[in-house]
Design a protein around this ligand. Structure first.
Ligand SMILES: NC(=O)c1ccc[n+]([C@@H]2O[C@H](COP(=O)([O-])OP(=O)(O)OC[C@H]3O[C@@H](n4cnc5c(N)ncnc54)[C@H](OP(=O)(O)O)[C@@H]3O)[C@@H](O)[C@H]2O)c1
Ligand SMILES: O=P(O)(O)OC[C@H](O)CO
Length: 329
């Protein structure tokens, strides 16, 4: 049995645990909410997210102390929005991660540092990059809960690391494939959330499918320009880890980022949209990080810039999307 620590108690953590539980694994699940830890021990489902997912008490043990969850685990999966991922690890050191492989399921950037989660893990806990991977690909937790066929990509700099974890994620309803492009996949996953915000804003303003198709096509070009500037290498951006994830997030009814953007387009303030949405839209934090990062790279990024001005400079969505409209082809 492979021992896997899962850090985070939200919808994606719950979905990942459902997938892994299809295989021969032992899961050590840390949740910050003590009541949820106790509830899962007693009733075998997460009271706050994906309540229909049944959790095997034989395979899944819950913990409220993070060091207990990490104890003896071969893998550590991070599944907390990037803005909050540092909090539970305060006081922990490299020794807590010695010999472990780390998998980030997070599609976001650490706001205070404007850095990728995998870079933070490497630097903060001295985990070798070859032992770090990400879970990517077009996949919503809600569809995993329904066992709808899904595809994941496990990306790493190291083929063996990606392949080994991909095997653990393969199951009846999930096909997981390894890919050697850690940074390209991670940045594309961060950026598709920004695009989904822009799609939601446009939809909220009354723009239709014709406009969105052009917006998404232009967004793919924007992602290509940025990713190639930050990490130039051969990659096929039409693969599902890149284009597929952009499409599902831009179009799905389940997308948190699109939903958040839609509220902004309809006139909600950032604060009221955040309060209304129970779940986290990573794109809100990512747009600031990518905007700041791009001061160094100077890539042409009209969609990111318009979204930044709407969310961080309080510019009227109608004005910004109106200006963006003239730049799209
Ligand atoms: N949901 C998906 O379909 C999906 C798919 C692929 C990737 N992802 C990525 O997975 C990551 C997690 O997203 P999610 O969808 O699981 O989010 P979510 O459903 O909104 O859950 C957020 C989780 O983070 C916890 N949290 C919030 N603030 C925290 C803090 N200050 N300290 C510790 N924990 C905190 C919440 O704990 P409480 O419940 O106690 O508030 C909750 O367990 C994101 O990067 C997202 O992009 C999500
Ligand atoms: O619901 P979103 O917008 O956070 O997107 C979730 C996943 O990243 C889709 O692959």
């Amino acid at each position: 049995m492979t021992s896997i620590a899962v850090i985070g108690g939200g919808s994606w953590a719950t979905a990942i645990i459902k997938i892994l539980s299809e295989n021969n694994v032992s899961i050590r699940w840390w949740l910050r909410d003590r009541a949820a830890v106790d509830h899962i021990r007693k009733h075998h489902y997460n009271p706050d997210y994906l309540r229909d997912v049944r959790l095997s008490p034989r395979k899944v043990k819950t913990f409220s102390k993070i060091t207990d969850a990490l104890n003896g685990a071969e893998y550590v999966i991070l599944a907390i929005p990037a803005a909050f991922v540092q909090e539970p690890f305060q006081g922990l050191t490299a020794k807590h991660f010695a010999g472990k492989r780390v998998v980030s399921a997070i599609k976001g950037m650490i706001p205070e540092k404007n850095c990728l989660v995998t870079d933070w893990v490497e630097e903060r806990f001295e985990v070798p990059l070859s032992q770090i991977s990400v879970i990517a690909g077009p996949c919503h937790a809600e569809e995993v809960a329904l066992e709808k066929q899904s595809y994941l990509t496990i990306a790493s700099t190291d083929e063996a690391c990606a392949s080994h974890f991909a095997q653990l994620m393969n199951c009846r309803f999930v096909t997981a494939n390894p890919l050697v492009d850690l940074y390209g996949v991670e940045y594309a996953a961060v950026m598709k959330n920004i695009v989904a915000l822009a799609c939601g804003i446009s939809h909220g303003l009354g723009y239709g499918d014709n406009f969105q198709a052009v917006l998404v096509s232009n967004a793919m070009q924007e992602i290509r320009r940025f990713v190639n500037a930050v990490d130039p290498r051969e990659r096929d951006l039409s693969a599902s880890a890149y284009l597929g994830d952009l499409l599902v997030t831009a179009y799905s009814q389940f997308s948190r980022n699109r939903t958040f953007g839609n509220m902004i387009g309809r006139g909600y303030s950032v604060q009221s949209a955040q309060m209304e949405m129970k779940m986290i839209a990573e794109g809100y934090y990512a747009v600031n990080s990518i905007f700041e990062m791009n001061k160094k790279y100077g890539v042409e990024m009209p969609i990111t810039q318009a979204t930044y001005r709407i969310l961080y400079e309080r510019q009227p969505p109608a004005t910004e999307i109106g200006l963006l409209k003239m730049k799209l082809r």
